[in-house]
Write a protein that binds this ligand. Structure first.
Ligand SMILES: Cc1ncc(C[n+]2csc(CCOP(=O)(O)OP(=O)(O)O)c2C)c(N)n1
Ligand SMILES: [Mg+2]
Length: 555
């Protein structure tokens, strides 16, 4: 049997697991493995400037491609850099495998040594310390098996001296997919379907909320049929925003980011049917969105206590499509007419601005709502949209008529600074597709070094910055408490000039009527573009107003 270095065998096993795209920053702990990976035909490696971004890009790649995301970092300081991205991936149930080195097994001392396992497990990820040459490839299979079946990030640590040892080349590696049982779709229990049908029969004002499970199961049309049969309205969670936008009785987003017209309807709902949605605190807006509704949940993994709050009143534990179809079969075949609930003017109301509060903006600044409305008109409806974080994300989430498949938002763990990485991961997953990132100035600046990565790898992204010159989320809360906002205000530098400094395109956008021409210019170009919109820091989003009201009530 010929022998090869362990790092080579490890790379071969990753490729056998279907790895095709790698996000990496190299050091002693992973450089040999990375070169062995890159030597495989068909592997694309994105070399980034900060390990956090490798992990965050791989996360977005996994979400956008449906594959396991692959990132790699070196041992010690490389690994400690990815804590935030790892925790986010764990909370978002993103399948990820991170190849990390470990410091040498046989050294008396190594300056980069740290106990890696507790760092990784504290983030909610799984750690595999791979120290046995005999088990080395089995551990790669275990890592991918766990990532795929538990939807959990896994870090494999292999000591860098061990990586150089020789093992027999194994041509018969069987990937983890060969071991995942095919259980078929999960069907609903008939007795529970009958009870669900009775709940639906007794309700008059129903809202069907679709989540990620609807997209994954291909249950969108079935949900619409359920709504049309029962005279219900439709809504979606934020991650699949736009799911029912084309439907005349859609309320858009359910949750803290709801349109004011949707919020008023939700308050009157007497039954919410949550399909493939885990009823997070975001979706139920901390429990305040539909206080008068009974909740029926159709989900493969219903949780009775999501985010510390009561989950559903009745549950169908099954796939989204199976459950909705079973419920439809148990309901009267004739569509029910509920004219007082399905009023004709909903679509007109929803087409209006999501928040109508009156604010006067300072001269030389835009109202972020006006910017987003203009962008929504100027940017073609089928472009990929990445929603980032910060106060401004309320405004950017309000774009309409864009399908859930072309929208990416990973909000778990609540970190800012991921927008660029998520847009890059999405662009890597969908080559040739136009990608738009809408981010705040603070979020963009946190990992601005990745602009260089975008340029070097030719990733073309349109970055729209809602630039309030501040950490908006902080200044509004500080002001509500009567405290100085000096530590969260930075002023509005020229982010267009900054982009040009990176060899990209960019400008400060004043007159919004230039947007159609600017979209055309971006389409013609072959580089990332930054549009810097100076937005007022006086316009406050509804969720922020709610937070501020709570702060004021406290004092
Ligand atoms: C990693 C991390 N650090 C700090 C915070 C606290 N934080 C939440 S929003 C925010 C401001 C973001 O600023 P920007 O991207 O400009 O958006 P804006 O709120 O101004 O619209 C900060 C600092 C966080 N959520 N995550
Ligand atoms: Mg800001």
């Amino acid at each position: 049997m010929p022998t090869i270095p362990i790092y080579q065998a490890l790379a071969d096993a990753f490729v056998a697991e279907g790895a095709d795209t790698l996000f990496v920053l190299t050091g002693d702990g992973n450089m040999h493995w990375e070169v062995a990976m890159a030597a495989h035909a068909g592997i694309r490696s994105f070399h980034v400037r900060h390990e956090h971004c490798a992990c965050a890009m791989a996360s977005a790649y996994a979400v956008a491609s449906g594959k396991v995301g692959i990132a790699s970092v070196t041992c010690g300081p490389g690994l400690t850099q990815i804590m935030t991205a790892l925790a986010t991936a764990a909370q978002a149930h993103i399948p990820l495998v991170v190849f990390a080195g470990e410091t040498p097994m046989h050294a008396a001392w190594y300056n980069q040594h740290i106990d890696q396992a507790p760092l990784v497990t504290a983030c909610g990820a799984h750690y595999i310390a791979s120290h046995s040459p005999v088990q080395m490839l089995n551990q790669v299979r275990n890592a991918f098996f766990i990532a795929r079946t538990r939807r959990q990030p896994v870090v494999i640590g292999v000591p860098l001296d061990l990586q150089q040892q020789m093992i027999e080349a194994d041509a018969g590696y069987l990937p983890s997919t060969a071991f995942i049982p095919d259980t078929g779709p999960m069907a609903a229990h008939p007795a529970y379907v009958a009870k669900a049908a009775a709940l639906v029969g007794a309700a008059r004002r129903i809202v069907v909320i679709g989540g990620r499970g609807v997209v994954e199961a291909g249950a969108r049309e079935a949900c619409e049929e359920l709504a049309d049969r029962t005279g219900a309205l439709l809504a979606s969670t934020l991650p699949v925003r736009g799911l029912f936008d084309h439907h005349p009785h859609s309320l858009g987003i359910a949750g803290g980011f709801s349109h004011h017209a949707a919020r008023a309807r939700f308050a009157q709902a007497d039954l919410v049917i949550a399909v493939g949605a885990s009823l997070t605190s975001y979706t139920v807006d901390g429990g305040s969105l539909f206080p008068n509704a009974t909740v029926l949940q159709i989900d493969v993994a219903p949780n009775g206590l999501p985010h510390g709050r009561k989950g559903a009143d009745h549950v169908l534990r099954c796939d989204a499509l199976e459950g909705v179809q079973a419920l439809l079969a148990a309901l009267p075949p004739e569509p029910r007419s509920v004219p007082e609930w399905r009023t004709g003017d909903l679509a007109v109301e929803m087409a209006g601005v999501a928040d109508v509060a009156d604010y006067t903006v300072e001269p030389g600044t835009h109202d972020p709502r006006t910017v987003m409305a203009a962008l929504d008109v100027a940017i073609p409806k089928d472009w990929e949209i990445v929603n980032a974080s910060g106060h401004c994300s309320f405004f950017s989430a309000q774009m309409r008529g864009r399908s859930a498949e072309h929208f990416l938002a990973i909000r778990e763990f609540g970190a800012i600074g991921n927008g660029l990485s998520y847009a890059a991961g999405l662009a890597a997953a969908r080559p040739g597709r136009p990608v738009v990132l809408i981010d705040g100035d603070g979020g963009l600046m946190m990992h601005v070094q990745e602009l260089e990565t975008l340029r070097r790898h030719g990733l073309k992204i349109l970055i729209c910055v809602l630039n309030d010159g501040a950490f908006g989320s902080e200044i509004h809360k500080l002001r509500a408490d009567g405290l100085s906002d000096h530590g969260a205000t930075f002023g509005r530098g020229d982010l267009g000039a900054m982009a040009r400094g990176f060899g990209l395109n960019g400008e400060v956008v004043g007159a919004l009527d230039r947007l159609p021409a600017l979209v055309e210019a971006h389409e013609r170009g072959d580089q990332t573009t930054i549009w810097d919109f100076a937005v007022s820091d006086r316009v406050i989003s509804p969720p922020m107003r709610k937070t501020m009201a709570k702060q004021k009530a406290r004092t």
